[in-house]
Design a protein around this ligand. Structure first.
Ligand code: MG
Length: 370
């Protein structure tokens, strides 16, 4: 599976509906796609989850392009990559920049799986042939609109509902949701909107029988979360704070969380995701796969990693039509009765729609590794 060249494309896609969290609103998305072309003529595909503003982490589409072209791809020239597990160690010279690293590494994994004639799921050690699907509901203009949205999603078959919360959009909203939907699997994502001073306020959320509260405190914290978890009955799930298996180990040892939201882009790729998965198996910490409003390529990678055994909680990998008028893969990701089938074709198991990708491309560069 020796790599011959890498094609970077930046595409622009409109979201079907704007998505609002406690940190901002997104209406469209610039996305970097990585195509790794092997000397065997096969192509592996990856997608960066970075957005144009550094509001989830420090990376942006622009910094990704710079880091990929000036540092990461040149590092692949040194010696041939024989297995995708070699990619992240090769990138060690570059600190952070996990989204950029993961996009390239994911494409190498896809190329590797295709070269072995294996599905990406099987290449990663996946065991499931379908995955449970949850949905994330952004902050809505009114409570009535939120209830209507939740009701619609339940009718569509989603297995759990996640709502975004912030200090003035939490107790009243959760009270209302529980009044109308007392039994649904429900969780709340705070995207770092609270501090330890809110500890008494956050304890009030225990009464809502939430599956978890996701990332209530700072994006770079694991210490304060351990203090908060000791004072809460509801499990804390960490998202933004976990960038590696080492971070996960420290958070688990400190008791900072009882659940982890894994995002491939946030941890530098699929090899690190597997390490976190295996560590969590050892410590009996369930996982689920978070979403970053991915287009089809990133969505396909999420499906593959979710097929591993310890992803026991429904993730955010909703079908393509939930986000996009037309997705960039064929077939699109579809949901049936709250499940998405894990493809068993080689690699990611979906074909990139090249003519659509070409139409959406705003910037392109080819780098030869020869
Ligand atoms: Mg989150």
């Amino acid at each position: 599976m020796e790599i011959e060249r890498i094609i970077l494309r930046q595409i622009k896609m409109d979201l079907l509906t704007p998505f609002t969290t406690s940190v901002g609103t997104e209406v469209d998305k610039d996305i970097i796609l990585v195509e790794v072309v092997g000397k065997n003529g096969l192509s592996g595909w990856g997608e960066s989850v970075s957005i144009v503003q550094p509001m989830y982490n420090e990376e942006t589409v622009k910094t990704n392009w710079h880091i990929m072209t000036d540092f990461l791809i040149p590092l692949l020239k040194k010696e041939p990559i024989k297995h995708p597990d070699m990619v992240l160690p090769r990138f060690q010279f570059v600190r952070g920049n996990y989204n950029a690293k993961a996009a390239i590494e994911g494409a190498v994994w896809d190329l590797y799986a295709k070269s072995q004639n294996l599905s990406l799921s099987k290449a990663l050690g996946g065991v499931k042939d379908k995955i449970e699907v949850g949905v994330s509901v952004g902050i809505q203009p009114s409570e009535q609109q939120l209830l209507k949205q939740i009701d619609g999603y339940l009718q569509e078959g989603y297995k759990r509902i996640k709502v975004k919360i912030k200090p003035d959009w939490d107790v009243s909203v959760l009270t209302l949701i529980r009044k109308h939907f007392p039994q649904i699997p429900l969780m709340a994502d705070a995207n770092c909107a609270y501090t330890l001073e809110d500890i008494d306020h956050l304890r009030r959320l225990d009464e809502f029988n939430l599956m978890m509260i996701e990332q209530p405190l700072a994006h770079d914290d694991i210490i304060d979360h351990s203090l908060l978890q000791a004072n809460l009955e509801t499990p804390i799930c960490l998202d933004e704070s976990i960038h590696s298996a080492e971070d996960a180990r420290k958070a688990i040892e400190l008791g900072s969380c009882r659940i982890i939201n894994l995002k491939i882009g946030r941890v530098g790729g699929l090899s690190e995701s597997k390490k976190i998965h295996d560590l969590c198996v050892k410590h009996d910490i369930p996982l689920w796969c978070g979403g970053m409003l991915e287009a089809g390529i990133g969505r396909a990678h999420n499906i593959a990693i979710t097929s591993l055994s310890n992803f026991t909680i429904p993730g955010d990998t909703a079908p393509s039509a939930h986000y996009w008028r037309q997705d960039i893969i064929e077939p699109e990701v579809k949901m049936e009765n709250g499940f998405i089938s894990v493809p068993d074709g080689p690699g990611i198991g979906y074909e990139p729609n090249l003519s659509l990708i070409e139409r959406l491309t705003v910037k392109q560069s080819t780098i030869c590794l020869c």
